[in-house]
Design a protein around this ligand. Structure first.
Ligand code: PBG
Length: 323
């Protein structure tokens, strides 16, 4: 008789028969950068996650590297006074964010540093593109994104992440980077990014919620999966190095579909709201946060993610090292 339980009978056989494993090599840690010195503020809706000024972020990256985390996605917290309709500070080389990126790469050349290319953290409209008469413009926004990408590449970051879910981003940025000599700057494309409720805490962290409307004319409809394949085909053909699916937990089928169809690495973004849900339930004593964290990360890996952007990166790494 075939009895599948035999392969579950002891910890030893369970470990031997295990199909998927998590490792600190899988994680990319998103970080929120504050202007100034010695500043640290917790994101209220993300317990355990802090916005950090450059000096403290350098120490945080150092600690994470020691734990085996190799990738970091750095986002700027931009004060309202620095925001405008055309996100001009996003490509000003004197803006604190770009200066800090240079410093981070200088101090930790071995770390893989990723940045977002989208207008929203710098936009007084809180949208990812130029707004005109309540519409979000596609082609007109390209020039700003190009300047932003070049300014970021100039700091030495390893990969840029076009994250606005509008059309022709990857091809335009790839050409521009190549023309300007940044042939080694990679592109992690936010390929299948859904118009999701799970970004709420991130928008709290950066104070970047849209000032009107929503993002449904550019981010994808959660009901669609074939459209994700179309987006992936375009990004692949335009030269993306990594295709990302975002959020992760409610979109494991999309991760799997992209993994099956494309021969480049697939990233899953385990977003802020997914982190917040587990933390909130843990704080209420409603579930075991540690186990829920590891189980959900494992599910992303199992579904096909080669790398996972996650606010749990540090905690999960500590867990893996049994610290
Ligand atoms: C910006 C951006 C967002 C996230 C990553 N890059 C927010 C958004 O699109 O509104 C969300 C990340 C998270 O929720 O953890 N374009």
């Amino acid at each position: 008789m075939r009895r599948p339980r035999r392969n579950r009978a002891s910890a030893a056989i369970r470990d031997l028969a295990q199909e998927t494993t998590l490792s600190t090599d899988d994680f990319i840690f998103p970080l929120f950068l504050l202007e100034g010195n010695n500043k640290k503020s917790e994101v209220e809706s993300m317990p355990g996650i802090f916005r950090l000024s450059e000096d403290l972020m350098l120490r945080e990256i150092e600690e994470c590297l020691k734990l085996g985390i190799k990738g970091f996605d750095v986002f700027p917290v931009v004060e309202e006074q620095y925001k405008d309709k055309l996100a001009t500070n996003s490509y000003d080389p004197n803006f604190f964010y770009l200066k800090s990126l240079t410093k981070i790469k200088q101090e930790f050349p071995e770390a893989l540093i990723i940045t977002d290319v989208a207008m929203d953290p710098y936009s007084s409209d809180g949208h990812d593109g130029i707004v005109e008469d309540g519409k979000i413009l596609n082609d007109e926004t390209l020039d700003i994104l190009g300047q932003m990408a070049l300014a970021q590449a100039e700091t030495g970051v390893d990969m840029i992440g076009p994250s606005d879910m509008m059309d022709f981003r990857v091809g335009y940025l790839r050409n521009l980077l190549d023309e300007q000599g940044y042939t080694n700057t990679g592109i992690m494309s936010y390929t299948a990014k859904y118009a999701s409720a799970f970004y709420g805490p991130f928008r709290d962290a950066l104070d970047s919620a849209p000032k009107f409307g929503d993002k449904k004319t550019y981010q994808m409809n959660p009901a669609n999966s074939k459209e994700a394949l179309l987006e992936a085909e375009l990004d692949f053909n335009e030269g993306a190095d990594v295709l990302m699916v975002k959020p992760a937990l409610a979109y494991l089928d999309i991760i799997q579909a992209l993994k099956t169809s494309f021969n480049i690495p697939i990233a899953a973004y385990n977003v802020s709201g997914e982190y917040a849900m587990i933390k909130a339930a843990e704080q209420k004593g409603w579930l075991d946060g540690d186990r829920a964290m590891m189980e959900s990360l494992l599910s992303m890996k199992r579904s096909g993610a080669d790398m996972i952007l996650t606010y749990f990166a540090k905690e999960a790494s500590q867990h893996l090292h049994q610290l």
